[in-house]
Design a protein around this ligand. Structure first.
Ligand SMILES: NC(=O)c1ccc[n+]([C@@H]2O[C@H](COP(=O)([O-])OP(=O)(O)OC[C@H]3O[C@@H](n4cnc5c(N)ncnc54)[C@H](OP(=O)(O)O)[C@@H]3O)[C@@H](O)[C@H]2O)c1
Length: 276
């Protein structure tokens, strides 16, 4: 019996999603883009942060005071953070998690450790790390529990590393932990050229050793997914995913569907033609 891992949350207008989801907020030592930095990030006393002070209104940048660390927490000097669909939702009050206002949005980041709490032994000052947090990443400093951080190598640029936690974390959670994908199984990934999609294609193909069929909205996107490891691509703007899956699998269907689109494709994913 096949399995479906659903990541679809809800739709926002296309223009918002396309403009915002795949970009990164990138900050180098000069401070956040478009601001005059007066922060003292290195000493850890104060820092600049993006703040949502009112839902559905423009975000503001303010100087905040650092808070003391709890014993298992780590303070990171954030160099880059990802901007995800969920960040857009949370700033509109449309996400399942609704933090009290004002809050700093941002769920994933890459940076350098400034300070560790007294009970932290696995991470040290100066380490390069990536991390996840429900909020707080769109700031010069982010404080998280040490379990939400992972070390990264010198060769991985911060702007690339910052995009890994949500996309790859989601792919790993969905395909390995939820769907329990096995080597040799066939996985269909929709929106395969998106952030979550490409991570899923890469992880399923190269780590889980599955055969991946990539479905996406253009031939170029299908090609990109195939460069990441997919064995076949289906352009769902011009072809029926259901019919193409039948052809590609000799009517056997796939073992796992990872859908981040919803709508008709999601309904199709429950079709018996999709499953072995
Ligand atoms: N933990 C989680 O639950 C989790 C984690 C990450 C992402 N997600 C969700 O997964 C979805 C994709 O996230 P992502 O980071 O991969 O986004 P992304 O990089 O922007 O990719 C989104 C893809 O969705 C397709 N799409 C279909 N309808 C769309 C529309 N109306 N507007 C824009 N794109 C549309 C596009 O591909 P085509 O043109 O090929 O259709 C696009 O490449 C989002 O709903 C996000 O919230 C959930």
């Amino acid at each position: 019996m096949g399995r479906v891992a659903v990541l679809r949350l809800c739709r926002v207008p296309v223009c918002i999603l396309r403009d915002a989801v795949r970009c990164n907020l990138s900050r180098k030592s000069s401070g956040l883009a478009g601001t005059h930095s007066t922060s003292t990030t290195d000493s850890g006393h104060s820092y600049q942060a993006v703040l949502c002070t009112k839902l559905k209104k423009p975000l503001v940048i303010q100087q905040l005071s650092s808070v003391a660390l709890k014993p298992t927490e780590v303070r990171v000097n954030v160099h880059c953070c990802g901007v995800n669909f969920a960040d857009l939702l949370i700033c509109q009050g449309l996400y399942q998690h609704r933090p009290p206002i004002p809050f700093t949005p941002g769920m994933e980041f890459a940076g350098c450790v400034l300070e560790v709490g007294p009970n932290v032994t696995s991470i040290h000052k100066g380490d390069r790390v990536i991390g996840v947090s429900s909020t707080g990443a769109m700031a010069e400093q982010c404080v998280v529990d040490h379990e939400m951080l992972w070390p990264i190598g010198e060769e991985l640029p911060y702007e690339v590393a910052a995009t890994l936690p949500v996309s790859y974390g989601t792919a790993i959670l969905a395909l390995q932990q939820r769907a329990k994908t096995q080597p040799g199984e066939t996985v269909l990934v929709t929106a395969a050229a998106g952030a979550a999609g490409l991570a899923a294609v890469d992880f399923a193909s190269h780590v889980l050793k599955a055969k991946v069929i990539a479905a996406a909205g253009t031939d170029e996107k299908c090609e990109l997914a195939m460069q990441k490891g997919a064995v076949a691509g289906i352009n769902y703007t011009t072809k029926s995913v259901k019919e193409e899956v039948k052809k590609l699998t000799a009517n056997k269907g796939v073992n796992v569907v990872l859908d981040t689109v919803g709508g008709d494709i999601f309904k199709d994913a429950f079709s018996r033609y999709f499953y072995r």
